[in-house]
Design a protein around this ligand. Sequence first.
Ligand code: SF4
Ligand code: SF4
Length: 369
Amino acid sequence: MPSPELIQEAERQLTICNACRYCEGYCAVFPAMELRRRFDERDIVYLANLCFECRACYYACPFTPPHDYQLNIPQVLAEVRLQTYAEYTPPRVLSRLFRGNGRLVAFAVAACVLLVLLAAVAVQGSDAVFGEPAAEGSFYQVVPYLAMTLPALALSGYWIWALLAGGLRFWRSTRGSLGDLVDGPSLSKATKDAFGLEYLKGGGEGCTYPDERPSASRRWLHQALVAGILLDFASTTVAAVYHNFLGEDAPYPYLSLPVVLGTAGGALIVGAVLGLAWLKLRADPLPAYRRMLGLDWAFLWLLLLTAATGLVLLALRDTSAMGALLTVHLGIVAALYLALPYSKFAHVVYRYAALVRYRIETARQGRAV
Ligand code: SF4
Ligand code: SF4
């Protein structure tokens, strides 16, 4: 659980909001808040993870600094969220180490790249890594298929386990039961809210980000990022089918399905990450929580490096740079998988769980925004 001082401060601010209620049309946090008279730790963790940080309540509020009430709802909820990620995602030692720690992420990237490069040179020889590629199946001459897929599967299993275990811990500690998880209508509404980024709309006009003018840009960039990640996942799945069931090895022709899907996905990710970074650079720092920004930047960098090295590898796959580029790309992917549960990506799981809880609560109370 977050520290007692932080819980006390969040409770102070939420109690004022619960009396005011001016912002109840902006997002799910305020209607959920209004179902309570008092807030304990579990309520505050739940409400914090329900916040999409659209900042509408910050710009609407007459009680933000320099007012004596010193309200800054997006900031205090972001601080609670960061502590949630650190406390809930296992193993705790790693989640606390990674918390907003951009240097550790950079070290993990460098270490993984070096490890993959040294392993490829040691096992396959420097000619395979730095020499001219063979015409066919050359990726696997640098890193054999099993050496590529088995660690990727193990790391995928690791981050999925860490996030699911963290999500389950969050669910239980916010009064959720396993029985609640079979509430089909609430799950379906929460899924629609999550994919539609319903609460990045700031109540309708758009998110007040990067400044107090409503804008849909952050929401569209998030949608583009999700689409890019899904396309890349589809590309990897199709490539696995080609290899395992059709007997066709990479590299595939430029107009083949895996390459078209992967290129479109990579380009969408690069464009979305650059757009989000541009917004972040221009964003008003006052409603932000500084340590959460470290987590945001580390995740954006990891995504950008992964997608950009994938695209460069595709463009230069017939040159002598292919071997080195492949090892760099695989090292970055390994670092991404390792850091994923402790990165900003964790918000996908905790926020989704909070949305499900919100839909269950409001269905029981017969109300919703
Ligand atoms: S953020 Fe300010 S305006 Fe909005 S509900 Fe709270 S006290 Fe009222
Ligand atoms: S920042 Fe946006 S999502 Fe968060 S509590 Fe305020 S209005 Fe709701």
